[in-house]
Design a protein around this ligand. Sequence first.
Ligand code: NAD
Length: 296
Amino acid sequence: MKIGFIGLGVMGAPMCKNLLKAGYEVTAFNRSFNANFESCVAAGARKGLSNADVAAHSDVVILMVPNSPNVEAAVFGPGGVAEGAKPGLDIIDMSSIAPLASKSIAERCEKAGIHMMDAPVSGGEPKAIDGTLSIMCGGPKELFDKYKEVLDVLGSSVVHCGDVNGAGNTVKLANQIIVALNIAACAEAFELAVMAGVDPQKVYEAIRGGLAGSTVMDAKVPMMMDRNFKPGFRIDLHIKDLNNALDTGHGLGTPMLLTSAVQEMMQWLHNNGCGSDDHSAILKYYERITGVEVKK
Ligand code: NAD
């Protein structure tokens, strides 16, 4: 099976390398010839010349780009996948995009004879490197079954969430809401504890094993205490996800009170120069108001 890989960023580059390690023949392409693209070519990927060229050399094309407009441009833009697609090409879009956009892109693909599945991921760069991502898939079950073996190279949890295109992205939005609110809860609680004079390391040790403990707490609170806000997952990408969640919730009539509060915090951070920080920098929202830093 020949695989095409488009979007060699923080996530896409290690995912592409894992497919190469597993023995797949991969043609890779990124909008710019950046260091990640170069490293994938050095690892054995064929250097694609355009998104269309990737499609022409592949049975299935994986996309890992930031948002819906990027997926649309990569597939239907000039020099896009649709231009180079051989009959029967499949697309696995692993980008996190709005479920409705995912559905409409899949419908457009279908008209061009291309089958598409959405398969966004959770886990961040470390799990992309380890090949232990959680992958949430939406679209026809036959397509899921056809590519389960490929997805197993990239993730340790690969779940078919529904036959409807966009089902994977709906689950991903749920994931992003829970992660954002959990980080904000940690930031608020640790800020309170430090302002009350308690060592944050003691707070962490005391509560991480109880009901308040979480994967998010274990991943993000040590980063906060170390003052390490290097991404990881950028505030700007999380704003994109929360905006997609708010749009979706507004369309469905779901109350989105908590999501909108954290989206506003992230928007404030973006406006104050922190958009490229890791999302653990939600803490800075509290610190800039109080003047008190949470650190070891
Ligand atoms: P990134 O910005 O590091 O990489 C995206 C890459 O796509 C860039 O190199 C960009 O040049 C390329 N690109 C954009 N448009 C393109 C086009 N039309 N044609 C070819 N290449 C194009 O982003 P990332 O962190 O790798 O995230 C990718 C997706 O994965 C996003 O949807 C994000 O929300 C999701 N995600 C990210 C993380 C994380 O921790 N970074 C975790 C889970 C999910």
